[in-house]
Ligand binder design. Structure first.
Ligand code: PMP
Length: 283
């Protein structure tokens, strides 16, 4: 099958999957989610994603009691039912299905929705264009909740302007992008915003920082300004399906291109790290 869905124990072709109107994800966005790569039907970095999910669930106080093993088995089954060798699997946990009142309903169980479909990796050699927008999101961007309207609007604006992403800033200080992290190379060091509540701690971001440290590339986890980003040697975007995409235009201004050797070195290190991890065990 091309795309498969799952909801609370039932599997279905994704286009036919139905969920109840009173799932609190529908009317409050009262839930959290993750998106993970599946290649050759094996997960990449699933435990890192499940750790982050745990953190998001704890913040929202959603008592999701399914064991990690059972959850992994469900995710694996969804992935196995999809024919493609290159998938992105999405899963979300919402608080409950219940009549609409803001406070938590009593006694209702959380809901698990999963789906997977073919998504190729983005080409790491293609130069990208981005726009810049104020970060109008809430205060806890480290929590991966379903409330994504600012990200949705930003992604659409970027698309309308022929760009692949929107770089967010708060008062001129760069946070991240609408659905990815922004990393900068400057003077041979790798810079990125600290993993505080202004950004999602991207799994891919974490891997890039770990690899840079291993390669003795200085890592600076400190907020940088838009001005500094315009003056970067390189800017790159990271996410689960974007493994260090080079940014070469920001708001119509040429950026980056000043240290493509180091950029390529990092991209290659990431690629071989991912390949090795997948070859050894998956996950
Ligand atoms: N920031 C935001 C806002 C995101 O939505 C994502 C994608 N989940 C990322 C960063 C990148 O995270 P990851 O590398 O874990 O995909």
């Amino acid at each position: 099958m091309d795309a498969v869905g799952y909801y609370n124990g039932e599997f279905a072709p994704l286009a036919e999957l139905k969920i109840p109107a009173l799932d609190r994800g529908v009317y409050f966005g009262d839930g959290v989610y993750e998106a993970v790569r599946v290649d050759q039907h094996r997960f990449f970095a699933l435990d890192e994603h499940l750790d982050r999910l745990q953190n998001s669930l704890a913040f929202l106080r959603i008592p999701f009691s399914m064991s990690r093993e059972t959850l992994k088995a469900v995710l694996q089954e969804v992935a196995d039912r999809v024919d493609s060798a290159h998938q992105q699997l999405y899963f979300q946990v919402t608080r409950a299905t219940a009549a609409r009142t803001h406070s938590f309903p009593e006694g209702a169980e959380p809901n698990l929705l999963v789906f997977s479909r073919e998504v190729p990796f983005a080409d790491v050699n293609e130069p990208r264009k981005v726009i810049v927008l104020p970060d109008i999101r809430w205060k806890y961007c480290n929590i991966k909740t379903l409330n994504l309207i600012p990200a949705v609007l930003a992604a659409q604006t970027a698309k309308e302007r022929g760009c692949c992403e929107a770089v967010f800033h708060r008062d001129g200080v760069v946070t991240e992008c609408s659905s990815s992290n922004l990393l900068m190379l400057k003077g041979g060091a790798l810079h990125t915003a600290p993993a505080d509540e202004h950004i999602l701690p991207g799994v891919t971001r974490g891997h890039f920082l770990m690899l840079a440290r291993q390669m003795n590339i200085p890592v600076v986890e400190r907020a940088f300004t838009l001005e500094q980003a315009y003056g970067a040697d390189e800017l790159m975007i990271t996410s689960t399906s974007a493994r260090g995409l080079p940014v070469r235009e920001m708001e119509g201004r040429a950026v980056g291109g000043g240290d493509s050797a180091l950029l390529k070195k990092l991209q290659a290190a990431y690629q071989s790290y991912a390949d090795d991890r997948m070859a050894s065990a998956g996950e």
